[in-house]
Design a protein around this ligand. Structure first.
Ligand SMILES: *Cc1c(COP(=O)(O)O)cnc(C)c1O
Length: 341
């Protein structure tokens, strides 16, 4: 906490440094109370019977404030992250904060820590979080009426320090990533559910991630959305409740349309992925890594290299277009940037 002045986000692991100011609000049946300003970060005191610790009533968001080419700092797709956070909170049956309150809390946290925003390609990562804090271990089948809401910040460096390394994925057609009820909630429960299969895949096959395609229906990895692209077409799974609706995914689709690609949002059978490995680029998308190329897939039919195993030209083109709009190097035709300071 006190080490911000000396620590370097480009050498410390992602997510291990924190801004020294945080915004906090308390929710209850009659609404939220927020002091209206950031405060110094400090430990919370939680009753051991806190609802979230027992019954999983917690979720989060992840978004970034980027240093701009003109010297200002801007949050990328603020309103979209607020909308998704409210959706997650509602699905957990916690009191849903107004969009205006979330807007203020996100902005105040970013402004109070703006001096910790690393230069490009680093950023100030915002981690809004909510917990159900009723003190009641009997409320297994009841929602928490009260909640603790906060916006934590973390200066982060380049996810791909040392160069973009294509990932290897296990194509998993049996074990599901999560449940239908939880598929579109940005919740730690989904991560811990995907952890077992992911660790097993790493140990058995040496892969980086698992691409979940339960019964052949491809959705996403444990933490990122999946795309295929060639010179003409961008293909990704159509939205439904089975997977997380990535804001990066949405940005890529919009930019691909702008760049003249035909965008196909539809079901993506695992068999089609296997067939396309020879000639179609594949990549993952998410706020942390932006766009990460896929270099190989372990399938039921053995290991398949994706094209030549290297990041493809269309993948790199989309990645650059996205980084340029995030950093202010390009225009902002869709009003995705909100200036912090
Ligand atoms: C956050 C997340 C993503 C990526 O979403 P972005 O909005 O692009 O960061 C994908 N899958 C899961 C499970 C996630 O939690």
């Amino acid at each position: 906490m006190g080490q911000m002045a000396t620590a370097d986000p480009f050498t410390e692991p992602f997510g291990t440094l924190f801004g020294d100011q945080i915004t906090v609000a308390n929710g209850g049946p009659t609404g939220y109370s927020y002091s209206g300003a950031a405060q110094p970060i400090a430990n919370f005191s939680l009753h051991p019977g806190t609802h979230a610790l027992h019954y999983g009533s917690t979720c989060f968001e992840g978004l970034k404030a980027h240093a701009q080419s003109d010297g200002s700092v801007a949050i990328f797709r603020l309103a979209d992250h607020i909308a998704r956070f409210r959706n997650s909170i509602g699905l957990l049956r916690l009191p849903v904060p107004d969009a205006e309150l979330l807007h203020d809390m996100f902005m105040h946290a970013a402004v109070a820590n703006v001096q910790h925003t690393p230069a490009q390609p680093g950023s100030l990562y915002l981690r809004p979080t909510i917990l159900g804090v009723d003190q009641n271990i009997g409320a297994a089948a009841a929602p928490s009426q009260s909640s603790l809401l906060y916006v934590l910040t973390s200066p982060v460096g380049d996810y791909f320090a040392g160069g973009i390394r294509p990932l290897s994925l296990l194509l998993e057609t049996e074990t599901p990533r999560t449940t239908p009820q939880f598929g579109s909630i940005k919740s730690g429960a989904n991560y811990v559910m995907a952890l077992g299969p992911t660790l097993e895949a790493k140990a058995e096959h040496g892969v980086d991630q698992v691409l979940f395609a339960t019964s052949g229906d491809t959705t996403e990895t444990g933490a990122a959305n999946f795309f295929m692209v060639d010179d003409d077409r961008l293909i990704t799974r159509n939205l439904d409740d089975s997977f997380l609706h990535g804001v990066t995914r949405s940005s890529i689709i919009t930019m691909a349309n702008d760049l003249g690609y035909t965008v196909e949002e539809r079901s993506v059978p695992a068999t089609e992925i296997v067939e396309r490995t020879g000639d179609t680029e594949m990549f993952l998308s998410g706020t942390a890594a932006v766009i990460a190329p896929v270099g190989s897939l372990i399938t039921a039919e053995g290991t398949k290299q994706v094209r030549d195993g290297q990041p493809g030209p269309n993948t790199l083109k989309l990645r650059q277009a996205l980084v340029d709009v995030q950093s202010g190097a390009a225009g902002d035709p869709h009003n995705w940037r909100t200036t912090v300071a």
